[in-house]
Write a protein that binds this ligand. Structure first.
Ligand SMILES: Nc1ncnc2c1ncn2[C@@H]1O[C@H](COP(=O)(O)OP(=O)(O)OP(=O)(O)O)[C@@H](O)[C@H]1O
Ligand SMILES: [Mg+2]
Length: 79
């Protein structure tokens, strides 16, 4: 999974230096034992104010899990 961010062209709030949301060493593990799945493994990312950010990766790479955790819609394991 990778992220890429693009400046918003006009009158966007904030600057590229301001992180609107940040994850530091974010990990999310579903299940335990035989069904244990590490969906996020030590992810660190800034989402900057005034920029569009794309999250890209194959199915199952953790895009939705990252969004859910950063939006506070799901709990995380560490970070
Ligand atoms: N509720 C859950 N319980 C157990 N495992 C889960 C759960 N939700 C997601 N997973 C697992 O976590 C990993 C990441 O899933 P996630 O849905 O975040 O991927 P994704 O990048 O959004 O995939 P897609 O492109 O298909 O939407 C996958 O291995 C998935 O099977
Ligand atoms: Mg998804």
């Amino acid at each position: 999974m990778t992220t890429s961010s693009t400046a918003v062209p006009s009158h966007a709030p904030g600057t590229t230096a301001v992180a609107a949301a940040r994850a530091t060493g974010l990990s999310k593990v579903y299940g335990s034992g035989e069904t244990r799945v590490v969906a996020l493994d030590n992810v660190s990312v800034d989402f900057h104010a005034g920029r569009f950010t794309a999250i890209m990766g194959p199915s199952g790479s953790g895009k939705s899990t990252l969004m859910h955790c950063m939006a506070g819609l799901d709990s995380f394991s560490s970070g």
